[in-house]
Design a protein around this ligand. Sequence first.
Ligand code: ZN
Length: 274
Amino acid sequence: MYKKYQKGKEYSNIEVDLLSRFIKLPKLGKVKIRGFRTKDRIEGKILNATISREPTNKYYVSVAVVEDILIDKVTPTNIVGIDLGIKDLVITSDGIKYGNEKVLMKFEKRLKRLQRKLSRQVKGSKNYLKTKEKIARLYAKIKNYRKHYLNNIANEIVNEHDIIVTESLLVKDMFKDKRKAFNRSLSDACVSTLRSLIEWKCKIKGKIYYKINTYYPSSQICSRCGYKNSKLKDLSIREYECPKCGSHNDRDINASLNILLEGLKLHYNLVSLV
Ligand SMILES: [Zn+2]
């Protein structure tokens, strides 16, 4: 079942009561809801409601609301560059790393095992359906867990910084590593979700967000002297001494520092030198 109540006069009679915990929908009438606890009422004008059924047989309703918020633009006092990747999900130019959560990896391993099991079972059999339901439940669990984790990271980054810079796309050399192919799609999804979360949170908190060109070789350029070291295409090199200025660079932190520098150039309208 998938039903969308479109925007328009006809549907202006959607009502949400978060205290008594019900939603009133056209045609369906009053429906009990649960799970939403961070607000006690919805501000703004309700545009539409979308009902969806998850494979776990749970029904969800999402309500789109237009709200006028006055956002005070923050006068920036600091900036952070963020390198997004697979080994570590996030590396900031402050040197903080957020890994790919171990719990998530464990869930994903379990998921892979169940999928293998399913492929060996007779389609439509009782055990097949049982495994299928387990997979659906696990998917939902991973989705929720990931959402929560990414939200926390985005909150921390946006709360602590005024200008945030990331790369615009993730066409990273690390994707050439076939052994990581399994993690690839998952990390890819995490990275793009995280980027949109950061962008959105910057918008509502009056902070500044920049995306920089993806083809800029952020990990090959020394953030101190600008020397481009093409030997660094070899991904096994994680730390190195810059042959020109001798500074000791951590590959990933160096990349995020370069992203920060590109963001600064954008912010002050300076011409990029690379
Ligand atoms: Zn250097």
